[in-house]
Design a protein. Structure first.
Length: 192
């Protein structure tokens, strides 16, 4: 489990969770700007349009495990946690041709049984986050709002119905903050 990747490089990582809102403008923006992103998908909100995520995958977005149904894993038995994680591994491999080695527990909630279950499913790393990005703000662990090398930025696949803006608005905010502080966005899997 990690909240920050150990590196001296002036890079941060953009990660997007769940998969409920499938904004075609996000695909266009990531294609044009070549922004590296790591997605953590839950099948219950992804299965209605695997094609959207195949398009993201073609752009180099890595597709990782965020469980089948997005439960608080701490409330489940070891076997039920294992089902949530391992079955999602199987679905992601079937649909996208790659078995993920990264896993993010929903809500960032986990226990030792979660980590044990994840390992048994082939997970090698469990990245959490240090910042959370929205279209109108970035909430930071740092009181001054400063980024640090290796910070992991969390956001979600959301749209105007749930946010005061769009996914491209959120990406613009992240890029502006990172650029203003002298950081580049890097691919999480390249540093773990």
């Amino acid at each position: 489990m990690l909240t920050r990747v150990p590196t001296r490089d002036r890079v941060v990582f953009l990660t997007i969770d769940d998969g409920s809102h499938k904004d075609p403008q996000l695909i266009r923006m990531l294609r044009e700007l070549q922004v590296p992103v790591s997605a953590f998908l839950s099948d219950y909100v992804v299965r209605d349009d695997y094609g959207y995520f195949r398009e993201l995958q073609k752009l180099g977005v890595s597709l990782n495990n965020h469980t089948l149904t997005h439960p608080d894993l701490r409330e489940l038995s070891y076997e039920d946690q294992r089902k949530e994680i391992c079955r999602q591994q199987v679905i992601l491999e079937r649909e996208f041709g790659v078995r993920p080695w990264l896993f993010r527990p929903p809500y960032g909630n986990y226990d030792q049984e979660t980590l044990r279950a994840a390992r048994s499913c082939g997970v090698r790393a469990v990245p959490l986050w240090t910042e959370e990005a929205f279209p109108d703000r970035i909430e930071s662990a740092d009181e001054k709002g400063e980024l640090h090398p290796g910070d992991i930025i969390l956001t979600h696949f959301r749209g105007r119905g749930e946010w005061p803006g769009t996914m491209p608005d959120m990406v613009r905010r992240v890029l502006a903050r990172a650029t203003a502080q002298g950081f580049a966005i890097a691919r999480l899997e390249d540093y773990i």
